[in-house]
Ligand binder design. Sequence first.
Ligand code: HEM
Length: 322
Amino acid sequence: MVLSLSFALTVRAQDGNAGVESKTVASPVQMVQALNSAFGAHHARAVHAKGIILQGSFLPAASASRLTRATHLQGKGEAVVVRFSDFTGIPDIADTVGASRPRGAAIKFLLPDNQSTDIVLHSFNGFPVATTDEFRTLLEAIGSNGRGDSAPLGQFLNTHPIAKTFLTTQKPMSTSWATLSFFGVNAFKLTNTAGETHFVRYQLVPDAGEHFLSKAQVSTANPNYLQTEIKQRVAAAPIVFKLYAQVAEPGDVIENPAVAWPDSRKRVLLGTLTLSNMAPNTVAEDKALFFNPNNVHDGISVADPMLVDRARTYPVSVGERQ
Ligand code: HEM
């Protein structure tokens, strides 16, 4: 199946906020500058620059309607575009270096009338910091470290143990983007047809299970092994993931992505994602493809203010790579 796609670059930064306000001091431009300070200005995605695009479909599960009336999570399903990525804004980062994790996965559900809705995840269950302003400070400290001044990063990590955990305890290198779980990290509020609401965080779990390379395998792996592997894998058989909503319980922190909710929280199956072929992966396609975690429709709204900041920052990066 080859889809002919035209990606509208419409910025929907205010969609789905439902009264959630951002008190962030840093502007979207300053956030992109901070990312550039950490990873260099490459006029690519300011982060998650190296990636690859696949196409497929999403089949909603009946259980999704218990949580949300969002149309893409009901009925017969939608075509999807998925971009897997490595961390950092370095477009040719080796898949084998530590900084290439967390890996990213971004899903665009293609809806009627040239509409879409997006989910953006990465492979760590949490974020290094609680707020966007703290993220800016961390990125600038990483930038200083790269220029030979390690003091700001040392000071930040000493006072932010969760950031230290994030930077030092990523999972091993997975054998594939298709053998890794991904986490949405920021909370959304879902509303069903009865008007009942739940706070959730998305999780994307591979049917193939999680599998990792040994240290010896990493030492001999090609710097682009993930790209080679995913092309071979999807040519042989569809790649399947399950999309879940992890449901918060009273008292769970909604506005702090640094704090993961316990694994004991209920997970509701939202549906099955099946990737059946590679997208064309032209330079033009990768430039135009724009995921916005705040691009949501009725039945889903933003609960964590970091999402408001993300939605305002991503378009700045999109502009810089055109
Ligand atoms: C304040 C917090 C954050 C900021 C400022 C930020 C910023 C950005 C920017 C500027 C981009 C590039 C967008 C583009 O050019 O298309 C991006 C992409 C991405 N971000 Fe974030 N981000 C934040 C939080 C997160 C979190 C919490 C996650 C994990 C769920 C995440 C996962 C990703 C992924 C996977 C991509 C790549 C999307 C793609 O493939 O196009 N980000 N981020």
